[in-house]
Structure formats: C-alpha cells, structure tokens
Design a binder for this molecule. Sequence first.
Ligand code: ZN
Length: 135
Amino acid sequence: MLNKIEHLGIAVKDLATSEKIFTDLLGVQPYKREEVESEHVITSFFQCGESKIELLQATSPDSAIAKFLDKNREGIHHIAFDVSDIFAEIDRLKSLGYEMIHEKPKDGADNKLIAFLHPKTTNSVLVELCQEKSK
Ligand code: ZN
C-alpha cells in the first residue's frame, strides 16, 4: 500500500535559484542539502505539511537529472510515495506487471530506502517508492 505522497522531485539547473523560489513559496528554508554520489545529484529538501519538495541538481553529465534536463525544461521529475514495506511493494507491483528500474531497494537521500518504477509501465510518470530507514 502506498501511504502518502512523500515528496515531489523537481529537476533544477541551479539549486540556489530554486531554493530561493521555494523558500518564498513555502515560507520555510530547506531543512537539508544532501549529495547522493551514486546518483550524481545534490538534493535540497523542504517540508510542506506531511509532504516534501526535493530539488535535484546534477553534479555530472552522467546524472539522470542532467539527461532529463537535456530533453525537458526544469520541473517535476518524479513523484515519491511513502511505503511501509518497500520489499513487499516491489513484489506486489512486479506481480501486477510493472517494471522496476531498481529490483532491489537502494540507499537514497534523506534516510530512505528507495526504488524507482520504470516510466514505460507507468504512462511516463516516474514513480519512486521510499521507506524511512529505521534509525
Ligand atoms: Zn525523490
């Protein structure tokens, strides 16, 4: 079961420019910046009620965010759903015929285990599952 929208991921060219915009919009500062070396991105997170906004800036041309921005304008890149058992959700969605980019969860930003579904089976919407790692 998908519990709630955990965050929206937004691809940006320049983190500082977009941090200013979302600080103005939401009335709060980002609560963390975190580099995810395996994904070649720097992320910046804002809390908005129960959900979050994740800004993503590429640190290398190999980054999925750099490739996204080669083809698209800056904007919404993915939608992330909070799940209680990411392993069970991956199995459930695969059994329904959805293709995973990550068959096994991996470490993501903000203390999460994450796995992405392939957008070709989700009508071009990039979907992320994420589960809070126990502390
Ligand atoms: Zn995300």
